[in-house]
Design a protein around this ligand. Structure first.
Ligand code: PLP
Length: 389
């Protein structure tokens, strides 16, 4: 038995996605080929893009397929390197995903002015800092919609109105990788200019990302492709399309259109039940980001006096898959940069576990998890030098 509780890292394929993949396996044509074998695939891609853009509330021509969310973030931010304007300052936050933070560091090392905004102890960016940093020099503001480690949702409308007032020319980019599929999003009415998304977070396979550029035809002059070559994706992103991934993502979007509202409610109930139980049955815990709006399935918990890695390994031995932070940081023993930004306390940051619930989880999973957690946290604390010092 394995109970998968790491849906922010990646998601299992939706059964309808599996079916769509299997029925498309024999469509091997290159969509750029002019013959029928290629044309059939091209048609399927167009049909799929219609479904995906409808699900996202976007104009079809404003969506660019990429290989992943990281590529989409890189594409937008690295455009600052080639910007002919002097207004090329990047403003971002200290809790972004590494695909934004590391790109920002790279830009900084290449003479682009970068500001990293602090967050409060609930994980929300400090608006007075944003106001202070914004100026006519600001090129891009990149603030994630929802955080992958603690699930906090930033007030995008408020951020957009501050940007509009202080730096109306600046581009507002948001990383939507964690929000899509967990929050109802309509891209056309969201007050942002560009956004990144990733198929594997919404029950489709890995290897497909999306970049949204609002009013693409008017705005594309502000961005530089990351990958040059063929004419795919309106000449903006070269490379033969991930046809199987695109068809799979369309199947996921179709299923989510039907199921998402109910699933958001159901998953939130499971997450809230989990937090209710551990708050009552395990002492010395902190539920990180609890006081701000959060993604329905994310619960990030600090268990004081124990190391997150030890908890993760012991839960794994008991058949529960969880994570200590973003999957990309796993393997590094650095404390989570997100929790460090919240508390600036390595001990609290080290003892945290991210539980992320998804469409396959049930209340029964929580009952089993809480029983194991009580036993394992009790054991780890009994041998913890931190508890006994
Ligand atoms: N942004 C956020 C908030 C994420 O959680 C992730 C993945 O965990 C990414 C970007 C990167 O997406 P991908 O794995 O498709 O590169």
């Amino acid at each position: 038995m394995n109970v998968y509780l790491d849906n922010n890292a990646t998601t299992p394929l939706h059964p309808e996605v599996k079916e769509a993949i299997i029925s498309f396996l024999d469509y091997y044509g290159n969509p750029s080929s002019m013959h029928e074998t290629g044309r059939m695939v091209k048609e399927k891609i167009e049909e799929s893009k219609d479904i995906i853009s409808q699900f996202l509330g976007a104009k079809k021509e404003d969506l660019i397929f990429t290989s992943c969310g990281s590529e989409s973030n890189n594409t937008v931010l690295k455009s600052l390197l080639f910007s002919k304007n002097k207004n090329n300052q990047l403003i971002t936050s200290k809790i972004e995903h590494p695909s934004v933070i590391e790109t920002a560091r790279f830009l900084k090392n290449n003479s682009i002015p970068v500001s990293f905004l602090n967050v409060d102890s609930n994980g929300l960016i400090l608006f007075d800092e944003l106001e202070k940093e914004l100026s006519s020099k600001t090129g891009i503001v990149s603030i994630m919609y929802a955080n992958n480690e603690i699930g906090t949702i930033q007030p995008i409308d408020k951020i957009a109105s501050i940007i509009k007032e202080k730096a109306p020319e600046a581009i507002f980019h948001t990383d939507l990788v964690q929000a899509i599929g967990k929050v109802n999003i309509n891209l056309s009415s969201l007050p942002i200019d560009t956004a990144s998304m990733s198929a594997h977070k919404l029950y489709a396979p890995k290897g497909l990302g999306l970049l949204y550029i609002k009013d693409f035809n008017k705005m594309k002059k502000n961005f530089t492709p990351l990958i040059h070559g063929g004419h795919q994706e309106q000449g903006f992103r070269a490379g033969t399309e991930n046809t199987l991934g695109i068809v799979a993502l369309a199947a996921a979007c179709k299923a989510l259109t039907r199921e998402m509202d109910e699933e958001i409610k159901r998953i939130k109930q499971i997450r809230d039940y989990f937090e209710f139980r551990i708050s009552n049955e395990i002492d010395n815990i902190i539920i990180n980001g609890k006081n701000s709006p959060r993604l329905c399935g994310t619960s990030n918990v600090t268990f004081k006096f124990v190391e997150g890695e030890s908890i993760l390994l012991r839960l794994d031995l008991n058949g529960f898959s969880v994570s200590t932070g973003s999957a990309c940081s796993t393997g590094s023993l650095e404390p989570s940069h997100v929790l460090m930004a919240l508390y600036n306390d390595p001990e609290l940051a080290h003892g945290s576990i991210r539980f992320s619930f998804g469409r396959e989880n049930t209340r029964d999973d929580v009952d089993k998890l809480v029983a194991v957690l009580k036993k394992e946290i009790g054991y780890l604390r009994s041998i913890s030098p931190l508890k006994n010092k």
